[in-house]
Structures are given as C-alpha cells and as structure tokens.
Design a protein around this ligand. Structure first.
Ligand SMILES: Cc1cc2nc3c(=O)[nH]c(=O)nc-3n(C[C@H](O)[C@H](O)[C@H](O)COP(=O)(O)OP(=O)(O)OC[C@H]3O[C@@H](n4cnc5c(N)ncnc54)[C@H](O)[C@@H]3O)c2cc1C
Length: 618
C-alpha cells in the first residue's frame, strides 16, 4: 500500500523537531562537523511541538551571570516540587548549561523582555524570564535547519530499527510520509528520540466538539515513550503523570498571573481554601506540606478536596490586578503569546477579568518529562557527577545502546521546560557524536528483511480498511475494523476509569489498576484491527498505538508504587499515605520486546547536591 520506499543512511537521526530535537540537531553539527545529521518531524518544525504557538516566558533560566540562582538551587527546587524524587545528576547537568542556551536564543533574535532599571532579563518568577515568544519556535527551527543535512517534515516515525550484529543496539528508525504515503527507512548510527510528551491518553475534560482543547499539545502522542519501550529500553517514574491547574475551558497559563500579576485563588465563598486543607494534607504527606514553595501536586490536592467538599468553583482573583492598566495589558498579552484560545473562551463566556474573576479547573492527566513532572526514559547521566547506578558511558543514552533521549522523553529530570529541553537535546547530541567517534556504532547491520517486515506492519491499517469496508451494509460501523477515534475513546475511558482520571477524581487502587491492565491488553489485541481510510488516519492509527503502549507502562508503574506520593496528581486509595520508608526511590520498568511483559524494579534516589555540600563542609 505504500507508494515508494525511500532509504536514507545517516550518522545521527533526530526523531521529533520540537525544542529538544532542534537543540539536538544544532549541537550535533557543532561537534560532528562531518557527520550526516537528519531530523524527522511529524508536523513541520517551524510550528511543531508544545511550543508551536509560542510562549510568553522561558521557564528555566538560572541567571548565573548576575548571581541570581545557581544550578544547585534549581536541583533543590525540582526535588522539592517532585516530593523528593528526581535524578539530581540530570537536573544539575541541565541547569549548569541552560543559561548558555538562553543567551543563544537572545542572539538569534528572540525578543526578550528587559527590566528597565537593571537591564537584566525581566523576571516573572524565580526561574522564569519573560519573552515576546510568538516567534520562539520558528527561531529555534532555523538553527536546526541550518545545522542538519536534511529536515524531513510530515514523516511520522513509528518504530525503531535494531542492529542485527549486536544485541540491544539501535540501528535507525522507520516511518511514513503522511502526505505522500511513502515509506521511509532511516538507517542510523545513533538515534535521539525527542518526540514530546503524551496528551489524550486519559479522557479529556473537553469531549465531543471541544475535543482537542487540552492543556498539553494535542498532537503529543507518546511516541517519545512508545518508541523506546517497544525496543526494551528501561523507563522511570511513568506513574508520575501531571495534572495542571489552569483557567477553565481554555487552559490558559496561570504562571504570569500568579507570579507577575500577583493574582491569587479563592473558593466560591471568597475564602483561602488552601489553608483549610493543611491538617488533612499533613496527615497524608507529613512535613512535605511545610516545604516552600508548596509542591504543585499539593496545591492541586487542596483544589480537588475543596471542590469535592462543595466549595467550588475555584476562582482566580483578577479583578484587583486588572485595575492596573500595565498589569491588565500583561494579562492579555500573556495569552496572545501562547494561548489565544483562552481570550476567545472568555469573550464567548462574557468574562472580562477586570470585572469577573475567571474560574480555574484541574486538567486531565498528561505524561511528560519536562514540566513539573518527570516520566520518561531511564538514561545515563554525565560522567563527572553521576553515581555508578546512573552512569553507563554516554550522557542521555537510554539502556539501549546508541539510543538517546532529550526533553519530554527523558525521565527523572523535571522542570526543564522549553530552554532546558533544548539544552538536553544539545547534551544528548554531544554524547551521540562521542559515541560515534569512539567507534561504538561500528558494523551496524539492519537487514532488508527487518525493513520489509515493518513496512507490512505500518501500512496494515490501510489494508484493514480497504478490505473491511466492503462488509459494511449500512452506516459506517464495520464488523471487522475499528477506527482510530473509536480506539482512542476506548483507551481514554479505560485510563480515566481505572487509572485515576478526572471522572474518578484521580482515584485508583490495585483492583482497578489490574482490571485496567486487562482491558488495555485486549485493546492492544484489537488494535491489530484498526482501520485507516487515508494517510492522515494512518497517522492517527499509529498515534493511538503509541498512546496505548505508553498507557500500559503508566498503569504498570502506578500499580508498582504502593503509596500516594503526589496527592493532587493521583491517589492510590489502598495506600493513601506517602511512604518514605519504602518508596523514597525511583521506579523502573522494562518491557520485554519478545513477550510484551513488563518487569518492575526500584532504583535509589541520590541527593547528590546536598551530599556534595555535606562532604565539602566536613
Ligand atoms: C501549554 C504549554 C505551556 C507551556 N509553557 C511553557 C512556558 O511558559 N515556558 C517554558 O519554558 N516552557 C513551557 N512549556 C514546556 C515546553 O513547551 C516543553 O518543555 C518543551 O516543548 C518540551 O520539548 P520536547 O522537544 O520534549 O517536546 P516538543 O517541543 O513538544 O517536541 C516534540 C516534537 O516531536 C514531534 N513528534 C512527536 N511524535 C513524533 C513521531 N512519532 N515522529 C516524528 N515526530 C514526532 C512533534 O510533532 C514535536 O514537534 C509549555 C508546554 C505546554 C504544552
């Protein structure tokens, strides 16, 4: 069914040209002058990924040149926000390099806001600096375009190729062009997966005509996880899904409102509801509730408890700040830079924040590795600071040789955001070049047989449709295939009802998780019968398959961790308390590519930053 087969051999293949992918393409050229670098993107790198529409703030900037923050501070911040559990080596490594990345963005023409008095970048908060960021993505895309030998847009990567000479070594990736239907085989010495996070695996709040209005990019479909999971790479903290508190229905950002406009939240009676839940939260998580700033999940927890107790709706108090014309302008511009839809929603609902306090909501859960959460691949850290359990040769390399990750793909390192993801792409690319230079990618063999087999598999949904549609006697429902949208809604229902989605107030337990796993397995079987009527639907079919594999991994992890570490992100009803004695650890999974079975284990958490300081003090 595929039209042509196109082969492309290269040294470094970057999968996904978002923030991390563009960073990887740029840096790969810096270190690998003579290497062949290819970037493959599902959309078009000028406007792809979570930053497609632009941003109003760069959320991760240390400001070391002015002594504002040090990398150690950022590690402590991320550790605190994630209730103690992060890979401090990865976080530190990103933080020590992120300022250099931001300075390049500045040089490349990204309009940065400046503090008129100090001349420094305008701070929105301790870590955030403000930008006029509508053009953010085209600017970083240009850097990638100038660096890579070739950028392929509109190609979805569906599978990684594996070397047939050496076990557990990557050999490239395959996919298809969703406009032409051509089959693409990229044989590569190293692959950097930078394919973003996963939205739409849990049932979203906006369904039916509003489907697609989610907080995270609706086109982030979990390829970043499914690709490494499918070839047996270890994953970490996949249970650590994130729930966001955002403006209702438009999911407009709240950061600038809280930090710059100094707005605050209250319940329907005008009360500070967070205080009300202090004692009860302390019973669940102990002293973590006293940490500053209050961890994101715990603020969600108070929100959820308050609405469950009938105190909703929860409002953002904007009426006071919006009396100041400057702040009013910032409030609106904030949406123009990144979420125009929020302004449209308010207009349609007759909300002028100067006179009406808008409602907030908690979103459905998302899986990602770069925001206030850290699900993703288990990767090696940098040589100079990682303890032996965290280091196996090449920075940001997964447990599959030659397969690297960056941005949302990489687990354990939260709060990277756009700048940190680009930085991590750079780090991964530098290590990938070293891997090639040290001849670790010699004699890779990917047979024609392997490529042909994937071709059959990838285009099967087109065949399912072509054959199956003949059996339809009326309407559109086929007896022998399901459409991608039907499969997606089934997935979302399973995840919502059994794995802690919005309908169940994020509650789950061992029994529901086990049932969820059973249903997911049957869904996997039925996805063999997914039908695609055209190449666009073929993409939808593969997005669904990637989402489903990601969901299985999330569910396995959620079952494994027998505690509620992040109330407000999800609750294990059978283990409602945080349990530092048994679960102050990272969770790891590996799916056996042959059997499809997951095995789980614990990995230690090292508090490297303060250990280092303790040693220095003694
Ligand atoms: C609503 C929202 C608000 C945010 N606000 C801020 C903010 O204010 N400040 C800030 O600094 N950060 C912010 N972030 C975070 C920031 O956008 C992310 O941290 C960053 O984009 C992650 O980079 P990434 O490369 O991992 O993913 P992305 O930038 O999403 O890139 C992933 C890329 O992979 C492509 N892709 C996916 N699957 C495939 C496949 N199978 N084959 C080929 N290509 C594929 C996608 O099309 C995409 O281009 C925000 C994110 C969101 C969603």
């Amino acid at each position: 069914m595929a039209k042509k087969t196109i082969f492309e051999d290269c040294d470094i293949l970057v999968v996904g040209g978002g923030m991390a992918g563009t960073g990887a393409a740029f840096e790969a050229r810096h270190w690998g002058r003579d290497l062949k670098i290819i970037c493959v993107e599902k959309a078009n790198i000028d406007r792809s990924g979570a930053v497609a529409q632009g941003l109003y703030a760069i959320n991760c900037y240390m400001g070391m040149q002015w002594g504002e923050n040090q990398p150690e501070d950022h590690v402590r911040y991320a550790r605190n926000d994630l209730m103690g559990l992060v890979r401090e080596d990865l976080g530190y490594d990103m933080a020590r390099h992120v300022d250099a990345t931001v300075h390049m963005f500045d040089e490349w023409g990204l309009p940065m806001m400046r503090n008129k008095e100090t001349g420094r970048y305008q701070r929105e908060g301790k870590w955030q600096i403000m930008i006029h960021g509508e053009s953010y993505k085209p600017i970083v895309a240009e850097a990638a375009r100038k660096s890579a030998d070739k950028i392929y847009n509109r190609i979805m990567i569906t599978h990684l190729l594996m070397d047939e000479t050496k076990e557990n070594r990557v050999g490239g990736a395959v996919g298809f062009n969703m406009r032409t239907g051509d089959y693409y085989v990229f044989r590569a010495k190293t692959v950097i997966v930078a394919a973003g996070g996963a939205s739409h695996i849990f049932k979203p709040r906006a369904v039916g005509e509003g489907m697609g209005r989610t907080w995270y990019a609706p086109w982030s479909n979990g390829s970043a996880y499914a690709l490494p999971i499918a070839v047996g790479a270890k994953m970490t903290q996949m249970e650590n899904r994130i729930v966001l508190c955002r403006f209702k229905d438009g999911y407009g950002p709240v950061g600038a409102y809280f930090l710059h406009l100094k707005t605050y939240t209250q319940n329907a009676n005008g009360e500070n509801y967070e205080k009300k839940w202090y004692d009860k939260t302390k019973e669940l998580v102990g002293e973590y509730i006293d940490h500053h700033p209050t961890p994101t999940c715990l603020r969600n927890h108070a929100f959820i408890q308050e609405t469950m107790a009938g105190g909703g709706p929860i409002h953002m108090v904007t009426k006071e700040a919006f009396q100041d014309p400057h702040l009013e302008t910032v409030g609106w511009e904030n949406f123009l830079g990144m979420t125009v839809g929020q302004a449209v929603v308010w207009a349609s609902q007759n909300i002028d924040p100067k006179y009406t306090n808008p409602e907030l909501t908690t979103s459905e859960p998302y899986v990602m590795g770069s925001h206030a959460t850290c699900s993703g691949a288990w990767v090696s850290g940098p040589e100079d600071i990682s303890p032996p359990e965290y280091f196996w040769g090449y920075n940001r390399m997964t447990t599959v040789e030659g397969l690297f990750g960056a941005g949302d793909t990489v687990g354990g390192s939260a709060h990277k955001f756009s700048s940190g993801s680009f930085t991590e792409g750079r780090l991964a690319a530098k290590a990938a070049v070293k891997y090639i230079e040290e001849e670790k990618a010699k004699d890779i063999n990917v047979s024609d047989k392997q490529c042909k087999e994937f071709k059959e598999i990838i285009f099967k949904p087109l065949e399912n449709y072509t054959v199956g549609r003949n059996e339809i006697t009326g309407g559109t429902v086929s007896p022998s295939y399901i459409s991608p949208i039907q499969g997606l809604q089934r997935l979302q229902k399973i995840m919502d009802e059994y794995v802690g989605g919005i309908s169940y107030n994020y509650m789950t337990n061992e029994n529901t998780l086990k049932r969820g796993l059973e249903l997911l397995e049957w869904l996997q079987e039925d996805l063999e019968k997914v039908g695609a009527e055209d190449y666009h639907q073929l993409m939808r079919a593969w997005e669904l398959k990637h989402r489903t594999l990601t969901s299985q991994c999330v569910t396995e992890h959620t079952l494994f961790r027998q505690e509620t570490r992040w109330p407000g992100y999800y609750y294990r009803g059978d283990y409602m308390k945080l349990d530092d004695e048994n679960w102050h650890c990272l969770t790891l999974s590996r799916r056996d590519p042959k059997t499809g079975k997951f095995t789980m284990e614990k990995a230690p958490v090292y508090h490297i930053v303060d250990e280092k300081e303790k040693k220095e003090a003694s």
